[in-house]
Every structure is written in C-alpha cells, then in structure tokens.
Design a protein around this ligand. Structure first.
Ligand SMILES: Cc1ncc(COP(=O)(O)O)c(C=O)c1O
Length: 369
C-alpha cells in the first residue's frame, strides 16, 4: 500500500514547455470547485473569452479555450474546417508542421506539403509556388516552430492564402504571449494555442479563435464535423453567449488557472510581456556567445522564447542536460528529429523568461562545459 502522498522536486522549467507557473496561478487552481454551469463559473468563462481576445488581438466572437492540450486545438481547427477531399497547403519546417499534415490527412484532406529545411522559415515565395494553379480550402503554418526555434512571418503568407481563396490557419502554441501575434491585423482566420508555454499556465487547455469567414465556411459544410467532442457548433452552446447547455464537463480548475495567467499578462501589458521575452533572449544569446555557443536557427528569424543552441562537437549532449537537471534543478530540452543530438532547446517562456533564469543557465553551462 502507498502510505505517503507523492512529493515532486522543485525544478526551473527552461525547456520547450511546460514553462514555470506563477504562484498566483497555482493558488487560483487550489480554489474550491464550483459546478461547470455555476453562475460564478459562467461569469469567469466570459472574462476568459474577453481576455483571450485581448491576447490574440482579435474581435472574433468565437474565441475560447478547448478542453485539451495544444494538439487538441490543432485537431479542433482541422476537423471543423476540412471535409474529405478538401485541398490544404501546409508549411512544414519541423515537428509541428509535420503533425499538422498528419492531422489534416486523417481528416481526409488532400495535403500539399511545402517542406523546407528544419531551422529555416517558410518563405512566402515557397507558398506562392505551391498555390500556383490551386485554390485550396486552407493554408496552414506553424508561427513559432518549437522543434527548431524559427519564427515564420505571417503577413505575406496570409495575403497569398486569401488571394488564392483559402482560409489562413496558424499554430500559435509557442508564439502567443511571447511575441507579437496579431490575429485581425494579419488576417488569420483560424488559430490555436496552448496554455503551457508563454501563457505560463499548466498544460490542459488550447485557446482557439475563428474569424467570421471561418465560421461561414463551417456553416457551409456538406458533412457533419467528424468529431463530436471538437465540433464548434456543439461547443458554441456551452462557450457561446446564449443559454449555457451541457456539452462536456469543463476542466474547471484549469480555467481558474487560465483566467489568472491571462490577467497577469494583461496586467504586465501584452507589449511589455513581448519585450521581456525579447530582452531575455538577447541576454541569453550574448551570454552563450561569450562561452562559444551559438543559436542554430535561421539568423533574423530566431524565436525569443525558444533557443535551439548548437551542441559543440564532441560534447555529451544528454549528459549536459542530465547534469543541469540533477545538479542545478534546471530542465532544458533535447533536439528532435534531424536535430536530435545536435541542439539543446532552452526555453525562455512566460514566467520562466527572467534575467535571473538566463544568468543561472549560463553559469551552469559554463561550469559543465
Ligand atoms: C508549435 C506547437 N504546436 C503544437 C504543439 C502540441 O501541443 P501539446 O503538446 O500541448 O499537445 C506544441 C507542443 O509543444 C508546439 O510546440
């Protein structure tokens, strides 16, 4: 019989997510449960939707959190928009573009892949070439590719998508809160994110936003949305403005946490929050340069919140990560796919993006190398 509660160590989370969570977010989760249709919870839901619109910089009515992690947000977007046989163009420059293509294909889409070398951005010209002679339903891009540390600019690709008559779908799991994400200004029609990166909330919810154009496309479907759980028409009865109807039992305490984490970002100021990520990225980058380490992703398009650091020749990549965790209490991430063994991924996301954390990881790396 297990007689003791499980005690976990104190870590500093500086990997690709989750990031550290501020004490007030953890405290918010510790409040007692109310029902998922309790008037107080409904009032909280309204504030969450309002704050999500402020963080996504959108007026989109249909803006709310999906119950599930970032991948549930991805499935939600594709499953609602795609009908079997629809063509979609997907930019692939890492793990998450690859996952998008898999999800879209499972929804029955004809996927046109625009593949570029990992660590590089998707160039508008590459999307333009794929769109030549095509009129797909969607063009989909990962804004901040967490597996490589590259930030693809969205404005020109959005225009190309719309000129081709497509909707523009964006993965903002790692970008939201950590750098500009301007849904309305950039003409993004469908966007999803996750709570555990720059929003500084535990994993478990996937904020999404759909433009009126996207909602029109969904209303015009000939077939029912394949997923009952993720069907926006059904979810709207719970998250919409009308009478609240039971759909699923929302993860209540996760919503307490999201409310507090969004409140903290808006209290800091969204732009101040972006600037903090920028400043700490350059503090890390400069400090790494002093110990002979560089960033692997494309110069000029490096993420502020996720740094893919080149492992020096002959260094024990996983040994360094283990020592950071065991001797310094700092978690960083390994490379994935073609970057496995070649990079460390140092996250400076949300609450983890602090001067103190940058200095700690630099000092620890200096000792270990
Ligand atoms: C860019 C991106 N998209 C999607 C996901 C999937 O999110 P989750 O792991 O929360 O399901 C992640 C997670 O790391 C991500 O970084």
């Amino acid at each position: 019989m297990i007689t003791q509660a499980f005690t976990l160590p104190q870590r500093t989370l500086m990997g690709p997510g989750p990031s550290d969570v501020p004490p007030s977010v953890l405290a918010a989760m510790g409040q007692s449960l109310v029902g998922h249709l309790d008037p107080s919870f409904v009032a909280m839901m309204e504030e969450i939707k309002k704050m999500l619109r402020q963080v996504f910089l959108t007026e989109n009515e249909m803006t709310f959190p999906i119950s599930g992690t970032g991948s549930a947000g991805m499935e939600f977007c594709f499953t609602n928009l795609i009908e079997p046989g629809d063509e979609v163009v997907i930019g692939i420059n890492g793990v998450f573009g690859t996952r998008m293509a898999d999800v879209a294909a499972r929804c029955g889409a004809e996927v046109v892949k625009v593949e570029v070398e990992w660590g590089h951005i998707i160039e508008p010209a590459q999307i333009a070439e794929a769109l030549n002679g095509r009129s797909p339903k969607l063009v989909a891009i990962v804004h901040a590719e967490t597996s490589t540390g590259a930030l693809t600019p969205l404005g020109d690709i959005s225009k190309l998508a719309h000129d081709a008559g497509a909707l523009f779908l964006v993965d903002s799991v790692t970008s939201l809160g950590g750098c500009p994400v301007r849904v309305d200004d950039w003409g993004v029609d469908v966007i999803y994110s996750g709570t555990q990166k720059c929003l500084s909330c535990p994993p478990g919810l996937a904020p999404v936003s759909l433009s009126p154009r996207a909602m029109e496309a969904i209303a015009g479907r000939k077939t029912a949305v394949q997923s009952w759980y993720l069907d926006v028409n059904l979810l709207a009865n719970y998250w919409g403005d009308g009478a609240r109807v039971y759909h699923h039992t929302a993860p209540i305490t996760m919503n307490y946490a999201l409310h507090e984490s969004l409140r903290l970002i808006l209290d800091e100021g969204l732009e101040n929050c972006w600037s903090r990520h920028e400043t700490n990225h350059f503090r890390l980058k400069n400090g790494l340069a002093e110990i002979g380490l560089g960033i692997a992703s494309q110069e000029g398009h490096q993420l502020w919140q996720l740094n893919a650091v080149t492992v020096p020749e002959g260094t024990d990549e996983s040994g360094v990560r283990k020592a950071l965790l065991n001797d310094h209490g700092i978690e960083i991430g390994p490379g994935l796919g073609p970057l496995a063994g070649k990079v460390w991924r140092i996250g400076l996301m949300g609450y983890s993006s602090s001067e103190e954390n940058v200095d700690r990881v630099l000092a620890a790396l200096k000792t270990l190398l």
